[in-house]
Design a protein around this ligand. Sequence first.
Ligand SMILES: Cc1ncc(COP(=O)(O)O)c(C=O)c1O
Length: 461
Amino acid sequence: MTSTPPDETEPAFATRQVHAGQSVEGAHGARITPIYLSAGFAFDDFDEAADRFNGGEGYSYTRLGNPTTTAVERKLAALEGGVEAIATSSGQAAVSLALLGLLKAGDHFLSSRSIYEGSRGLFRDVFPRFGIEVDFVDDQNDPQAWRRLSKPTTRAYFAETIANPRNEILDIEAIADAAHEQGVPLVIDSTFTTPYLARPIEHGADIVVHSTSKFLAGHGSSLGGVIVDGGRFPWADFADGFPHLATPTASGEASFVDRFGSRAYAVFTRDVLASRLGPTPSPFNTFLLQQGIETLSLRLDRHSSNALALATWLESRPEVASVDYSGLESSPYAELSRRYLPRGAGSVFSFTLHGGEQAARIVHDNVALFTRMTHLGDVRSLVLHPGTTSHAHATPAELAAAGIDPGLLRISVGVEDPRDLIADLTQALEKLPAGEPADHHPRGNHTARDHSTHRAAVTQV
Ligand SMILES: Cc1ncc(COP(=O)(O)O)c(C=O)c1O
């Protein structure tokens, strides 16, 4: 058991989401950290210029740091319970950078197979070009499955707290324990929960990433990502695996661990990787993110209660074959959901219609309040047909393994009045032909075009 109890002496989450990271110093008393939309920052004199280039306090160039971005990074580190956060231009950039902060050519890592398609494509098609190998774990909650696939060169385990589109909940503690036995950190993508619903570091995870484009920003107006370093992984005990953190640098400087202690990974990832690779967020976007986070708990409470109301209602509808929502007692993840998501099970889930792709098409095209869109975590309710969009390039076998039936629709439930959302879905379901449609296909028996020739294409959200 690696979980740590929340610190009861800290102010509550709702208080911290408003106040953490905020400072009125140096901004003419502005109560909200303003948008410092400036490429660079002036040096007062010769000595100050030299000092900034030698690690001195202060800002020099926005790719290396910006006050608007720093404020939101401090807020996210505090909310997630980490020692430092690094904001990036997108969630995809956060996932890339988080792993590149651990892995080099010749290294191997393990990822759950139940992850966002964009991450799977990155691991499968892009990282091998840099000499970084991946293996995918089918049964993500079986620690033995992770142990079996681990190699002497394995340097990280990666998984998501809630996996899309089938709402699988990760047993974070079990997989963190398996990772630590192998001497590797567990990296968790917790986009679907935000730190309000789940705090993976308290359950043993070492590094947490988010696409902040989703619930954290909430308004669906700007992309962003963040990496939070839990600061607890003992890099120096595994110096052979992580020499870039735990041994002296090529120029003879002391190691990152010796210089920065628990912040070693974050400082390396920010100062060496992010500054050179350049996935810098715009201060305009980090300002919008900061505005979004201030109301996070209020939105997530509403998202979760709306989703539970819709999932419960959908389960009772004759047109619906199954509902994948971990907040339902019928979910195989109900127990894990209660353990890891005590405040609510989030708002993104799928349901499968009798009547296959044709039924999904009718409901998809007849909703009026739901937006047909490849996005999630927005205040607006959204709908997507994964089989022909996000997962269109998966093979039939991959679709079957992921449990994606042609009749499956994914929804991201917004913060509207649930009665209006139910009314909208009701009128869309009423457009379906009466009776059991003839073209019903069981889960995974996908009828769409032969996907096997399209696998190299990039898949999205
Ligand atoms: C779980 C998860 N991780 C990462 C990403 C990538 O985030 P972004 O679109 O901000 O690059 C997404 C996007 O949908 C996601 O759902």
